[in-house]
Write a protein that binds this ligand. Sequence first.
Ligand code: GRF
Length: 203
Amino acid sequence: KNIVVLISGSGSNLQAIIDACQSGAINGTIRAVFSNVSDAYGLTRAQQAGIATEVAEPKGFADRTAYDIALADRIDHYQPDLIVLAGYMRILSPAFVNRYSGKLLNIHPSLLPKYPGLHTHSQALANGDQEHGTTVHFVTEELDGGPIILQAKIPLSASDTEADIIGRVQVEEHRIYPLVVSWFVNGRLAMREGKAWMDDRVL
Ligand code: GRF
């Protein structure tokens, strides 16, 4: 299966997926990594793994939809079966989301539906939450609101700092995101009637 990954930053989740493809844990190939940020470190990770990279900067486009359609046209060159958002920090327009409905995954650093959007870690701490975590979900038009596939939790304690929990959440992300991608490429996970459907054997 052909996978395309979209990033904006460090690409540690991208790295986890690259590693899982190389080890055979994911039965697929990352055909390209796209970034909207030209100096994202994830691009270097992709190049080191011999994966095609493309930078698609939003400058010069009339609006979000125009940019997203141009981006999708470039993505389609790689005939993706799956598009993975891995720290892609732009909101996607309905035109993009609907074009790839059921083929678009995201990871979000909170226990959704808690804390969609930014600053999830500081909100969890400020609210005195006992637990926090990360969520892999299908992407729909609602920001961070698509059907939930898998979550991983970490316990929080009063002495935790934001830096502590970012690191602990990322450890979980690097575990669960490749796992979900492997289910998808093996046909054991799909979006059906607006819900995440999973083969009984996956868990
Ligand atoms: C991750 O924490 C992910 O949940 C969020 O952005 C971060 C990306 O980190 N969407 P990285 O670029 O994969 O290191």
